[in-house]
Design a protein around this ligand. Structure first.
Ligand code: PHE
Length: 441
């Protein structure tokens, strides 16, 4: 039998998983959801959700992968003890695939903006309206979105082609340090701005009134999406992890890194935005409309803009490959496909599914990208995360899950109790409450 691949080192695994986690959700989404949901108050709730829901779901998914060394479909079936559980695994794989399609479309716009930045086209705006108009102008050219979506997918296909160790691990080892370096550069630039203090205050002083039920749902959705949960990714990455690696000790720095990047991005964005006299709650357009105008006003804006869009592009590549890998692993493990065939088919199909998103097409008046994003984030991702904690907490059982976590080092009694309670009760109950609220709200 052929030996299944595995990560070359613990550091390689940490960087690959952190690369998956750190993405558009950290650099693009986190600042604007913080901006529109009350700043510091939102961050407090988000931290709480990370600890009581994010961490247990994250650990469950890695455990499911590591305990079975197979794709999410086979992994859920094995631990669930019946083949019907494989459908939960298949659902997560499909979710990852859907995410990969619209994610690539959005990332394509980022690559497009990187090109525009290099050409000097997005750093000469006199007014915010001009920046917004330019955005609308770019978006109205379907060929523009389509070509960059294609280019981005080709870059990801290239990395995936080389497999787990030589592709993903080596790629993230180069891209992640570059990403941190660029981010620190931007935060430094932000902190030197005249109104940097106001930006920081916004991030530190909570406005509790802004914490509506929608804000809570957003916080949970953010925690799931940013940790790449509920979509087969962590199960798949965990399935290439060797038995001698301690899962908890490896997961904590990953979650910390993800949080750190989100917070630093918020610092960079808000120090810059406040210094430019803009409102922090511009929403999704913050990145494509507000920031280009801001860059136009700043000395060194040309280089800042290039660094910024390069940063987001790198973050998006390392995430996109992790959304595609579950499908590739599935085709290889379950259908016995060759790596090259599996990679080309998966990436090609994801490109096709992402086409209507990249071209901003609508269906019955609704933006297709929005519909896919809603389906994934509000329905399938929470369901996938729920399935993982139920399998680990109840079906396979908390005892075995804890034993897998303790495979090479005993957990302290406190952590063990905390994990048992959160796996069996806190995480599933909270997921159900927030899930129902988000559907019926
Ligand atoms: N975690 C990624 C981000 O924050 C998104 C992602 C989700 C990537 C699922 C892969 C799988 O942008």
């Amino acid at each position: 039998m052929k030996v299944r691949e595995s990560w070359g080192s613990r550091l390689g695994f940490i960087l690959a998983v952190a690369g998956s986690a750190v993405g558009l959700a950290n650099i693009w989404r986190f600042p604007y959801v913080v901006g529109s949901n009350g700043g510091a108050a939102f961050i407090v709730v988000y931290l709480l959700f990370l600890a009581i829901i994010g961490l247990p779901v994250f650990l469950s998914e890695i455990v499911i992968g590591r305990a079975t060394h197979t794709s999410p479909s086979g992994a859920f079936a094995k631990l669930g003890g019946s083949s019907s559980w494989s459908w939960a695994g298949k659902m997560t794989i499909a979710t990852g695939f859907i995410v990969s399609a619209f994610y690539s479309a959005i990332a394509g716009w980022i690559v497009g903006y990187l090109f525009e930045a290099v050409m000097g086209h997005v750093t000469h705006f006199e007014t915010t309206e001009a920046a917004a108009q330019y955005y609308v102008h770019l978006m109205s050219r379907p060929l523009w979105g389509l070509s960059f979506h294609g280019l981005f997918m080709i870059a990801c296909t290239f990395v995936l082609f080389f497999g787990i160790k030589r592709g993903i691990e080596r790629g993230t080892k180069i891209m992640m340090p570059l990403l941190f370096f660029t981010l620190v550069l931007l935060v430094g630039a932000g902190l030197m701005m005249p109104e940097a203090e106001r930006g920081l205050r916004f991030l530190l002083e909570p406005d509790w009134n802004a914490l509506t039920p929608t804000a809570l749902i957003t916080a949970l959705g953010q925690a799931f999406f940013t940790l790449s949960l509920g979509q087969g990714t962590m199960v798949t990455y965990g399935s290439y992890l060797r038995k001698d690696v301690n899962i908890l000790r490896t997961s904590i720095p990953i979650i910390a890194m993800d949080l750190f990047v989100s917070l630093l991005s918020a610092v960079a964005v808000f120090t810059i935005v406040f210094s430019a006299g803009m409102a922090p709650n511009a929403g999704p357009s913050l990145l494509f409309q507000t920031l280009p105008w801001v860059f136009s006003q700043l000395p060194g804006g040309y280089l800042l803009a290039i660094s910024f869009f390069l940063l987001v592009t790198l973050a998006a590549i390392t995430s996109e490959i992790s959304a595609l890998q579950p499908t590739i692993t599935y085709l290889r493990d379950e259908w016995g496909w060759k790596r090259s065939t599996a990679v080309l088919t998966t990436c090609g199909a994801s490109f096709l599914l992402g086409l209507p998103c990249a071209m901003s097409l609508t269906l019955y008046g609704k933006c297709i990208l929005g519909v896919m994003e809603w389906l994934a984030s509000s329905i399938f991702i929470p369901l996938g995360g729920f399935a993982a904690v139920i399998v680990c907490g109840w079906v396979w059982g908390a005892d075995r899950t804890i034993a897998e976590l303790e495979s090479n080092e005993k957990l302290s009694p406190w952590i063990s109790v905390y994990l048992r309670v959160s796996l069996r009760y806190t995480a599933p109950i909270l997921i159900v409450i927030v899930f129902l609220k988000s559907i019926f709200l």
